[in-house]
Design a protein around this ligand. Structure first.
Ligand code: AKG
Length: 330
């Protein structure tokens, strides 16, 4: 029998790492994932948000949680799953397992600043200061039930996932393992257009990777997810509430062409003193060809999944004036 390797939990720290930890070179901000104890357990929300208390505070408010089910393996991606209108009271009774609206459906509510539920509950939570700009647009309270799954994906921000009630299983994969992790994924899953396959903790592919953490986040704990780490999160019990918080990084998507070149086809140009114009042009052309291949692959996946006409989209792309900027969204 082949020996399975043990995948470790993320290391634990007490309290938010401060300047002393950074000086002592303890891993933080951009380093490795950590579970932070002793912060979220001080929030009034922890222990205070029973189903009765939540329904008393905002039971009649209209909400639109995402719906998922066993056929979808419980996965929720905001670009895929439909949402269903109901009152917050109905949602809470369903997800706490007290009165299921539809026994086959599972719901996952993401409610953010400016929405009545979040604003009514916000006094019970405290966004920690980690010396990085906090982006409230990208945060929220996430409430759901056993089986809800956020499939593997990566973000570019510093993420803190505060667990308020219930447990979640996290699997975290180092960015350098991304290509190996994604080797059997469809183009749609690689581009976040459809869900990646949900992996069990003992999946073979995880055995072959360099750096993986896997464990359970309990109420009162907070998981730090560094930028670009792939993560899959499975909700383990009903009445589950957590709060993802996002902090800006210096690694925004607006990296310069130079930075992008460090791991692209431009490297032979930036790392060699090439001055021959034909050689320079050849490397630039090769880089553009590779970019175009990737874009074609992306466009095909997008058209398949969204039911778009490939030829029409290519025509529209050709007709569009250059230089129009679109806002980069979460
Ligand atoms: O809790 C979840 O379902 C997913 C959380 C997540 O992906 C994040 O915090 O970035």
């Amino acid at each position: 029998m082949t020996k399975r390797r043990t995948i470790a939990e993320a290391p634990r720290v007490k309290g938010l790492p401060g300047p002393d930890d950074i000086r002592a070179d303890r891993l933080w901000l951009g380093g490795s994932p950590v579970i932070i104890e002793g912060v979220v357990d001080q929030w009034p929300a922890v222990g205070g948000w029973s189903s009765t208390a939540l329904i008393e505070r905002c039971g009649t408010v209209a909400v639109e949680p995402f719906a998922t089910n066993a056929q979808l393996n419980g996965t929720v991606l905001q670009q895929i799953n439909r949402s269903e209108p109901m009152t917050f009271g109905e949602f809470i009774r369903h997800t706490f397992g007290e009165a299921r609206r539809d026994p086959k459906a599972a719901y996952y509510l993401r409610t953010g600043p400016g929405s009545p539920v979040y604003d009514a509950l916000a006094e019970d939570i405290i966004v920690p200061d980690i010396s990085r700009p906090f982006n409230p647009k990208w945060t929220g309270l996430w409430m759901g039930q056993a089986g809800n799954t956020t499939p593997f994906h990566h973000d570019w921000w510093h993420g803190l996932l505060a667990q308020i009630s219930g447990h979640k299983r996290y699997t975290l994969v180092h960015p350098c393992d991304g290509v190996a992790l994604q080797k059997d994924w469809s183009a749609g899953a690689r581009y976040d257009l459809c869900s990646a396959e949900v992996l069990p903790a003992d999946a073979d592919v995880l055995q072959d990777l360099e750096l993986v953490f896997e464990g359970v986040l309990a109420p009162g704990e907070m998981l730090y997810v560094p930028p670009y780490w792939f993560h899959q999160v499975v909700t383990l019990d009903d009445g589950n509430i957590s709060m993802p918080m996002r902090f800006d990084t210096t690694q925004m998507p607006d990296v310069s062409l130079f930075q992008l070149s460090q791991d692209s086809c431009l490297r032979p140009l930036t790392n060699q003193p090439v001055t021959d114009l034909h050689r320079v042009a050849e490397i630039l052309r090769q880089n553009r060809r590779r970019f175009n291949q990737r874009e074609d692959e992306f466009i095909s996946a997008l058209c398949n999944i969204r039911g778009l006409d490939h030829a029409q989209l290519k025509r529209a792309l050709g007709e569009m004036p250059e230089g129009r900027n679109v806002e980069v969204m979460a």
